[in-house]
Design a protein around this ligand. Structure first.
Ligand SMILES: CCC/C=C/C(=O)SCCNC(=O)CCNC(=O)[C@H](O)C(C)(C)COP(=O)([O-])OP(=O)([O-])OC[C@H]1O[C@@H](n2cnc3c(N)ncnc32)[C@H](O)[C@@H]1OP(=O)([O-])[O-]
Ligand SMILES: NC(=O)C1=CN([C@@H]2O[C@H](COP(=O)(O)OP(=O)(O)OC[C@H]3O[C@@H](n4cnc5c(N)ncnc54)[C@H](OP(=O)(O)O)[C@@H]3O)[C@@H](O)[C@H]2O)C=CC1
Length: 299
């Protein structure tokens, strides 16, 4: 992304300190980059320390500023507290949190074990709540104003076949955000959500279109605009919601999907025609991706 991709003035986020969970890759990385360009000090967390370090180095090399990678598994409340202590003790309070980290894979629901359900919901539902709560307690104690942005999916409105644990978890975070927007409004804490349509990333393609390799998302015939999302489009919306100029916006969930959800539902219902063999192939491919990523985890 270049400076010209952003619609905001220089220094829009000067003085802000923002944590992006899952900020080492994909959408989180792009949002972290936009915040960095606009002057924020940015913290990114994830379980693969090397990925975080590479991202922080790459983006500071391109744009200057300060980005810090912190290895942390958001399923672990103690690890979250340690991470926040390190941030708070090195320069003060966060002023923003982006709940972006997620786990997901396509599966027929009858093929899921409870551990499979937990693998997703403990990151998306429990993990996002845990980080929001840990930050919220600190902000309320110290009287700090802050903005929380959670990255959902359009299926919070219509569900999503074959990604049921993710749909349930994202819907939960949607309701959390609406609830806390009211409960914490007089503390100066705002909560909003973005429901992105398709923004191709390695992490998502490998788990949601596991058998298509590089050809996933090349066919955009059922996309009303004839294309998938462009990363700077998402980054601009995120920067707007994180900026103090958006102070009166709270409790909202904004779709950015080129009207696809309105046209087609925007989810995975076409997988109803998959055979047992296709599901077995998908599962094998997803497992191989998870094993490769696990080998790099440091948290
Ligand atoms: C429009 C697009 C919207 C995008 C949304 C996104 O979120 S994109 C974001 C995409 N990015 C990411 O997802 C990034 C992060 N993702 C990850 O870390 C992994 O993909 C994770 C979510 C599996 C968690 O890892 P982990 O180390 O916690 O998990 P583990 O390996 O220990 O397995 C735990 C259980 O899950 C079971 N199970 C696993 N696969 C399948 C399957 N295909 N089928 C059925 N079950 C499956 C496995 O069998 C086991 O249960 P068992 O057998 O013991 O009863
Ligand atoms: N790409 C798309 O089209 C869409 C994406 N989304 C949402 O956007 C967000 C980003 O997805 P995307 O960029 O595509 O996928 P990625 O797989 O690139 O991003 C997920 C990130 O979350 C991190 N993460 C996963 N589990 C944990 C954990 N327990 N603790 C800390 N970090 C964790 C991963 O790092 P690590 O494995 O190192 O921990 C990774 O950096 C997700 O919330 C996703 O649901 C929503 C709609 C569409």
């Amino acid at each position: 992304m270049t400076r010209d991709d952003l619609m905001f003035r220089d220094g829009l986020l000067n003085g802000h300190r923002i944590l992006v969970t899952g900020g080492g890759t994909g959408l989180g990385k792009v949002m972290a980059e936009a915040f960095l360009i606009l002057g924020a000090e940015v913290f990114i967390c994830g379980r693969r320390g090397n990925v975080l370090d590479e991202t922080a180095e790459e983006l500071m090399g391109q744009h200057g500023g300060k980005m810090v990678g912190l290895a942390c598994d958001i399923r672990d409340a103690d690890a979250i507290d340690d991470m926040l202590d390190r941030i708070w003790n090195n320069g003060g309070a966060l002023t923003g949190l982006v709940n972006n980290a997620a786990g997901n894979f396509v599966s027929r629901t009858q093929d899921l074990s409870m551990r499979g359900f937990d693998a997703i919901s403990n990151i998306v539902f429990r993990g996002s709540f845990a980080v929001t709560l840990a930050c919220g307690k600190r902000w309320i104690d110290q009287g700090v104003s802050a903005s929380v942005l959670s990255i959902l999916a359009t299926w919070v409105w219509n569900g999503s076949a074959f990604t049921v644990p993710s749909a349930m978890s994202k819907a939960g975070i949607n309701v959390m955000s609406q609830s806390l927007a009211v409960e914490w409004a007089d503390k100066g804490i705002r909560l909003n959500c973005i429901a992105p349509g398709t923004f191709p990333t390695e992490g998502m393609s490998a788990r949601l279109r596991p058998t298509e390799g590089g050809s996933a998302f090349r066919d955009t015939t059922d996309y009303p605009m004839g294309r998938v999302g462009r990363m700077p489009e998402l980054a601009n919306l995120a920067a707007f919601l994180m900026s103090p100029q958006a102070e009166y916006v709270s409790g909202q969930t904004i779709a950015i999907d080129g009207a696809r959800y309105l046209a087609t539902g925007g989810n995975f219902s076409s997988m109803r025609s998959w055979t047992d063999e296709q599901w077995a192939e998908a599962r094998q491919s997803i497992r191989a991706t998870t094993a490769k990523d696990k080998a790099q985890r440091t948290a």
